[in-house]
Design a protein around this ligand. Structure first.
Ligand code: PLP
Length: 454
């Protein structure tokens, strides 16, 4: 007879967790989430939490949308699996590609499907290299990203990312000669602007720094620039005024492709369907995932414009095949759920809802700005962050061992609210379906946690 173990005990003994201090796991048993409804999730002790992060920035329709469950069930019963290699396709993938092209923030020509944001960004990097080989510029291969960026954890995606924790002792960024992955400064005005420097001036300085870097590397070697419209895991960093306009002027000058990583910003988060629209980004390549299916099934997409597509299509003709794709690219069940997600966004007027609620969300964040330990609050649409400071007048951060963000997130958890600690910042990214009353409840819980943090 097998001994009965609790889920937490079984999990600690058997499951190698993502993003967890594995050595400390036995002393800090995992939170076992068993159920979800609306914007709430429930643990195995029956405690209910407001999910202020939509899980990992993804469950934008909350945790119990029946239409998505029905769409998944129907797809499983009709065609549970098929692939998209060698001229195979299915109804849902063709419908979804057509719908995504119609929603794209700039004219796009084709959509490639993968399963995660990391895979989408890895695919984008490979397409950038393939494209430059196709157009006879094999030396143009370097991809520039930003410090504190997050683009995922696969080898290329983590190399493009700019967070130490994703590099250290994984031997990343991938080292090649010449280097393929470069990083420029992070556009966090509050932390990195010079005293008195306006957002516009800060943006001009960062754009000038980017240009210097491209010139130092040799423009004939620089292939692409990748950016999240709002940097998510790096601390919810809303770009300073003029940033993308100035950066893109530099990219155009040196014929460098723009990749927008819309994995968090896509599908309404910033108040438009894509963050690119909110911040005036004209990407050549756009990656998205997460809210594409409200997180209900794994799916991601890479959209490419005609310039990129026509070159890689012609090159694949010469080589005999575009040698890239996943077993689950265009999975019929994932595509059916994503398609239904996009329909729900439309039927429930989600964009209008986000725009209507955004002022209350931003005011709710702003209400914390006067707290002695709060240095900065920021946000756009329904994504935001509160940055903690040991001494806000001198802008002295908390010492690392203080784990300020983590402590506040733990206190919030005790108040029945899930937020995300990112260094000294805590992030909020609630389901887009959140109501005004639920938003007030979220901030009331956070206020109680903040009171205990002081
Ligand atoms: N890009 C961004 C902006 C993200 O926030 C994430 C995940 O949080 C990723 C890429 C990676 O996505 P995934 O975890 O699905 O691989």
């Amino acid at each position: 007879m097998t001994e009965h173990r609790s889920t937490a005990d079984k999990d600690v003994a058997t499951h190698l967790h993502s993003y967890t201090n594995l050595a400390a796991l036995p002393q800090t048993p995992p939170l076992v989430i068993v159920q979800g409804d609306g914007i709430h999730v429930v643990d195995d002790q029956g405690r209910r939490y407001v999910e202020g992060m939509s899980g990992l920035w993804c469950a934008s329709l909350g945790f119990s949308n029946q239409r998505l469950a029905d769409a998944g069930a129907k797809a499983l019963q009709t065609l549970p699996y098929y692939h998209t290699f060698n001229q195979r396709t299915n109804v849902a993938v063709a419908d979804l590609a057509e719908r995504l092209l119609a929603l794209a923030p700039v004219p796009m020509a084709r959509v490639f499907f993968a399963n995660s944001g990391s895979e989408a960004n890895d695919s984008a990097a490979k397409m950038v290299w393939y494209y430059h080989n196709a157009i006879g510029k094999p030396a143009k291969k370097k991809i520039i990203a930003r410090r504190n960026a997050y683009h995922g954890v696969t080898v290329a995606a983590a190399s493009m990312g700019g967070l130490d924790g994703n590099h250290r002792d994984f031997d990343l960024p991938l080292a090649t000669a010449p280097a393929r992955f470069l990083h420029v400064d992070c556009p966090h005005h509050y932390r990195y602007a010079e005293p008195g420097e306006t957002e516009q001036d800060f943006s001009s300085r960062l754009a000038a720094q980017l240009e210097e870097r491209i010139l130092a590397e040799g423009p004939e070697t620089v292939a692409a620039f990748i950016a999240e419209p709002v940097m998510g895991a790096g601390g919810v960093l809303v770009p300073p005024a003029g940033y993308f306009e100035k950066v893109q002027a530099v990219l155009r000058k040196y014929d460098v492709l723009m990749i927008a990583d819309e994995v968090i910003c896509g599908f309404g988060r910033t108040g438009n369907m894509f963050g690119s629209t909110t911040f005036g980004i004209q990407p050549d390549i756009l990656t998205c995932a997460k809210a594409l299916s409200s997180g209900y099934v794994p799916i991601s997409a890479v959209m490419v414009n005609d310039k990129v597509h026509s070159a890689i299509a012609a090159h694949s003709g010469k080589l005999g095949s575009f040698g890239h794709g996943y077993t689950y690219s265009g999975h019929p069940v994932a595509c059916a759920v994503a398609l239904e997600t996009l329909k729900v966004y439309e039927d429930q007027h989600i964009l209008e809802h986000v725009r209507a609620l955004a002022p209350a969300f931003l005011a709710g964040l702003q209400a914390f700005a006067d707290q002695p330990c709060v240095g900065n609050v920021r946000g756009v649409g329904l994504i935001g962050a509160i940055e903690l400071m040991a001494d806000k007048t001198t802008r002295t951060p908390f010492a690392a061992e203080h784990k300020a963000g983590y402590r506040l997130a733990q206190l919030a958890l005790e108040e029945g609210l899930i937020v995300r600690a990112m260094g000294d910042s805590i992030g909020l990214c609630p389901p887009l379906i959140i109501t005004r009353t639920e938003l007030d409840d979220l901030f009331a819980r956070l206020a109680r946690a903040m009171e205990r943090f002081q």
